[in-house]
Ligand binder design. Structure first.
Ligand SMILES: [Zn+2]
Ligand SMILES: [Zn+2]
Length: 288
């Protein structure tokens, strides 16, 4: 069994209204630790910490940070991205093996000097900045949100130490370990999973990252706003593939970060199952 950290911040929106209630039956398992931005003082829980401003300036420009402050969401954005940084720190210290991070705002549209799609700060990039201070050198980011991870790509564009594999609307590949895999509309689950096996798995095996970050957006699900036609069960099978890869390549060091997606029922269906896969509590749900 793996030790899995759950990092929970929820400040706005409908999609996480069923949480943390939807995690019932998982939170009390011995390997599962729960970090909450609000209710950390309850017995047996841990506080989720906001991103330190010292780290923020390493990734985002002063300009961009000032413009987030003007939205009124600055404090909650620091907590939203903070879960990913704290997850990386807890894994680095050996307190947990892997993590699922609930964000209130997304991640991957936050670049060095811009943001859109209410992705204020880039939690994966901030976690990588922290880990680089601790002499970690190689990172993989796999992005299965329906849209292109332009913010993440902007931050790491010429950084060959970061393998960025993005499932989006275009085919692209360069010498800096940046790859886009085109997912057309009406993609069957098997075709999606085949691309994951044919491109992501060999690239990440060859690259040998020390940590894998997974931008888990579910907006590519049929009926969602980034609809690519895949089923909700496709995400569960993707989780199994990425988890297995992390176990084989980087001692299981995997951080799943909630990215795009709007409907409550898909969140409530997929996220507990993904956490069960991370924590190796697969008997909790029937397999898909
Ligand atoms: Zn998206
Ligand atoms: Zn892309």
């Amino acid at each position: 069994m793996k030790r899995t950290g759950i990092f929970f911040a929820h400040f706005q929106g409908e999609r996480l209204k069923n949480f943390p209630g939807a995690l019932e039956g998982l939170l009390d398992k011995p390997g599962v630790s729960y970090y909450d931005a609000v209710y950390g003082s309850r017995d047996g829980l841990f506080y989720l910490k906001p991103v330190a401003e010292r780290l923020l300036v390493k990734v985002h420009s002063q300009n961009m940070t000032e413009s987030v402050k003007r939205t009124g969401d600055y404090e909650s954005a620091l907590y939203s991205a903070g879960g990913t940084v704290q997850a990386a720190e807890e894994i680095r210290r050996g307190n947990i093996d892997n993590a699922f991070v609930f964000t209130s705002f997304g991640d991957h549209h936050a670049g060095r000097d811009f943001y859109h799609g209410i992705c204020y700060f880039n939690g994966a990039a901030l976690a990588i900045a922290m880990l680089k201070e601790k002499k970690t050198k190689r990172f993989a980011i796999v992005d299965t949100d329906s849209h292109h991870g332009d913010g993440t790509r902007d931050i790491f564009r010429r950084d060959t130490g970061v393998l960025h594999i993005c499932f989006c609307h275009q085919n692209y590949s360069d010498d800096y370990n940046k790859i886009d895999i085109q997912i057309p509309y009406d993609t069957p689950d098997d075709a999606y999973l085949a691309k994951m096996k044919e491109v992501f798995i060999p690239r990440v095996e060859a690259f040998k990252p020390e940590y894998i970050f997974w931008e888990y957006g579910y907006d590519a699900t049929k009926g969602e706003y980034g609809n690519k036609g895949i089923s909700r069960d496709c995400h569960i099978r993707v989780a199994e593939l990425i988890k297995t890869a992390a176990d084989e390549i980087c001692k299981g060091r995997l951080i799943a970060i909630l990215c795009g997606g709007s409907t409550r029922d898909i969140a409530a269906y997929t996220i507990p199952r993904i956490i069960a896969i991370l924590a190796e509590l697969n008997d909790r749900f029937p397999s898909v």
